[in-house]
Write a protein that binds this ligand. Structure first.
Ligand SMILES: Nc1ccn([C@@H]2O[C@H](COP(=O)(O)OP(=O)(O)OP(=O)(O)O)[C@@H](O)[C@H]2O)c(=O)n1
Ligand SMILES: C[C@](O)(CO)[C@H](O)COP(=O)(O)O
Length: 419
């Protein structure tokens, strides 16, 4: 079948369009502190794919965008690869401490290619990106060095101090800045280089501000309420409701993974099981905290998403994982699952050994697994069994654990949600 070329939007014509190649630069190296949780918001699932994937897909579907470049956090390569599997984006660039740093590093990579004239810088945290917005920004670059999509402020503005109104601010001429913000690549890179390191104690929070600081005029074009930024969990709720109202919920199919692990006993006074320290007259030997149950569960989640195994993600030869809490292994596996648009719906762990007895700690283990996975305790099984004194567990040489994880994953054969 011949692939259909994306069609221009109604805003594609009008102003004199610029001549040259345009790249989208999606910044996704933030930590999402205001959003919270263990996984940066751009890798959280919305309608069966990560926020970042929505933004990338919007640019890839646009006929006037020649390249999509993503900027990621130094530890996020696996998340990026899972989130954008199957999408044709350039290899990611590692970002910096502030958004401004991440944009500059991305611009340097684009400039090094030598084939890009215009750049549209976009937040990965803005999943809904109407094609017309891309066109309006690009069109403005026909005769302006930079363009900013924005919405006129319509509410009355107050300045507050100690939760008391300290004054009313005129909203005349005030705009709310959105992304993608466009510019000629050479001008924006030069402006970012000039601004680098000169912005303490506060970085400039958008690219229009960097261009303004360099003395360039920035053209205002119409933004779009749909292109709101996911900053807090309330924004994510709003985005999910929007998709549900449009009937764009993803088709999810179940996948089950299994995991198994063994650790030998060693001198010590407790063992870690399901993220809970259990008093015992021995410990378990291992490179990390040797939580045999969490390791089995981590492998079960990785199995459900076909993402290799725990040893590939956290090699025992890597000094970073010496004595590490196994919580982070499970959290990482769950983050990869989320980046693929998946959702854990059930897990079941069986601990195999004579001692310590699991029963008195079962509820604490289920509670801890609930905290780590976000599942209700009613969807978490924790069981224990002996091997009737047979084998290495029967001889009390160590403990084994097995686990299953049931995950709902987007149906890859279903049509993608349109946002
Ligand atoms: N050092 C940084 C900081 C932010 N960003 C990106 O810039 C966009 C700006 O959105 P924002 O809500 O500020 O993201 P965070 O910085 O992640 O959020 P927070 O400030 O709550 O930590 C996001 O896509 C974010 O990933 C980035 O690439 N590099
Ligand atoms: C670039 C931006 O999205 C425009 O509204 C915004 O400035 C991002 O930074 P912030 O940290 O959310 O203020």
């Amino acid at each position: 079948m011949t692939p259909t070329r994306p069609q221009p939007s109604d805003d594609a014509v009008g102003d004199a369009p610029p001549r040259g190649r345009a790249a989208a630069l999606i910044v996704a190296a933030g930590r999402g502190r205001r959003f919270g949780g263990g996984v940066p918001k751009q890798y959280q699932a919305l309608g069966g794919r990560a926020l970042l994937a929505h933004a990338a897909a919007a640019f890839l579907a646009h006929p006037r965008i020649d390249l999509v470049q993503v900027v990621i956090g130094p530890d996020d390569r696996d998340l990026h690869d899972r989130a954008l599997a199957g999408l044709e984006v350039a290899p990611p660039v590692i970002g910096g401490a502030e958004r401004q740093d991440s944009v500059r590093l991305g611009l340097e990579a684009l400039a090094a290619r030598g084939d890009i004239d215009f750049v549209l810088v976009h937040d990965a945290a803005r999943p809904f990106l109407p094609a017309g917005m891309i066109d309006r920004v690009l069109n403005a670059l026909g005769d302006a060095p930079a363009a900013l999509p924005a919405l006129a402020v319509t509410d009355t503005l107050k300045r507050g101090e100690a939760m008391t109104v300290a004054g009313t601010v005129s909203r005349d001429g005030l705009w709310r800045a959105q992304t993608p913000q466009g510019a000629r690549l050479d001008l924006l890179l030069a402006a970012h280089r000039a601004a680098a390191g000169h912005t303490l104690p506060r970085a400039l929070t958008d690219d229009a501000a960097v261009m303004e600081a360099a003395g360039h005029a920035v053209r205002l074009v119409d933004g779009d309420e749909a292109a709101f930024k996911i900053t807090t969990t309330a924004d994510m709720d709003r985005a999910r409701q929007l998709l549900a109202r449009r009937g764009q919920t993803a088709t999810l199919l179940p996948a089950t993974g299994s995991g198994f692990d063994v650790h030998a006993f060693a001198p010590g006074d407790h063992v870690w099981l399901c993220g809970v320290p259990v008093p015992h007259d021995q410990g378990l030997s291992g490179h990390s905290d040797a939580d045999v149950a969490l390791h089995a569960l981590t492998d079960a989640v990785l199995g459900a998403i076909a993402a290799d195994d725990i040893g590939r993600h956290f090699p025992p030869t890597d000094a970073r994982w010496r004595g590490a809490s196994s919580d982070r292994f499970l959290i990482h596996a769950l983050a990869l699952m989320g980046a693929m648009g998946g959702r854990l719906v059930h897990c079941d762990v069986t601990i195999i050994g004579e001692r310590p007895k699991v029963g008195p700690h079962r509820e604490a283990m289920r509670r801890r697994l609930a905290e780590l996975t976000g599942l209700p305790p009613a969807r978490i099984g924790v069981k224990a069994t002996t091997t009737e004194q047979l084998g290495f567990t029967g001889r009390r040489e160590g403990l084994a654990a097995m686990a299953t994880a049931t995950v709902l994953l987007p149906d890859l054969s279903a049509p993608e949600p349109v946002v």
